[in-house]
Design a protein around this ligand. Structure first.
Ligand code: AMP
Ligand code: MG
Length: 273
């Protein structure tokens, strides 16, 4: 079945490939729906477990260049489960308040509560991406962040949060096509950001920055998955599948009743109205 491409050379990943999956867009959509059924049940079990005192949660970190499809993953994969159990957070340029704190401050505030699936649309990795590429802080500040991130994620994993990190890889050509689409359709203008073109000029610098992220932060506690993303149907299926495998690995079960089922049945039966 579908396997995420494990991290090797980021620049070697073919963004148009569908590793581990030999179906097409049509079968992919059907498969996504099937994965969704299972995801939905397991997410409810995770939620139920927390209601009975469990402390486990899941965090899905989405990274990728502009137009890579992060928002589509939130909508199409996040949309497969009960929104009450989902906590989606997008991270843009830090506000003044956020910038006055350590880079993990705003991240910690957005972590999923027990029973929830947190989804980060961008994350603490931005603090070693645009921040590095544009020298927003000196190297002496951003470089130690790899260690800070590993320590943070290890602590998070130890406290019961399963961490999934997905980097969506879009090709430069496909990005251009998606930007053109945004400029062609009035219903997509809102997605267009002139600064995306500025960032595109730093493509190779971003690739290099991503590569170092994988080299430094692909840990057992928080592994990276590199997701070819030129075919949206594939990237959505791949992320959904990884999320499903993570939930399956939790060995969830429905919590037992914390009341006497037979006694409650008897009480209900005895009601006269
Ligand atoms: P979007 O994801 O399209 O809403 O854009 C958010 C923008 O905020 C992107 O250009 C990110 O690179 C930028 N961004 C997010 N986090 C940071 C950060 N910590 N430092 C600088 N820029 C950031
Ligand atoms: Mg954008």
């Amino acid at each position: 079945m579908l396997r995420a491409r494990s991290v090797g050379g980021f620049a070697q990943v073919d963004p148009a490939s569908t590793p581990g999956y030999d179906g097409d867009k049509k079968t992919g959509a059907a498969e996504l729906a099937a994965v969704g059924e299972k995801l939905s049940t397991l997410q409810e079990m995770l939620f139920a477990e927390a209601r009975s005192g469990g402390d486990r949660s899941v965090l899905l970190v989405l990274q990728g260049m502009d137009t890579a499809g992060k928002g589509g993953i939130v909508r199409h994969v996040g949309g497969l489960v009960d929104p009450q159990g989902l906590a989606v957070t997008g991270f843009g340029r830090p506000t003044r308040t956020e910038a006055a704190h350590d880079f993990l401050w705003r991240i910690r505030k957005a972590l999923p509560a027990p029973g929830h699936i947190g989804v980060f649309d961008r994350s603490h990795y931005e603090d070693v991406l645009p921040v590095r590429v544009h020298s927003l802080v000196p190297e002496s500040v951003w470089r130690p962040r790899f260690d800070d991130i590993n320590a943070f994620e290890a602590e998070l994993a130890a406290s019961g949060t399963s961490i999934i990190k997905c980097a969506l890889v879009v090709s430069k050509d496909e990005q251009k096509a998606r930007l053109a689409e945004r400029l062609k359709r009035p219903d997509k203008f809102w997605k267009y950001d002139p600064s995306d073109l500025t960032e595109r000029a730093y493509w190779d610098e971003y690739l290099q920055a991503y590569q170092e992220i994988f080299d430094r932060t692909d840990t057992d506690a928080a592994p990276w998955h590199v997701i070819p993303a030129d075919r949206k149907w594939f990237s959505r299926l791949a992320v959904a599948q990884i999320l499903l495998e993570t939930l399956e690995s939790l060995d969830l079960s429905w919590p037992p009743a914390n009341f006497d089922v037979d006694a409650e049945k008897a009480r209900l039966a005895a009601l006269d109205d």
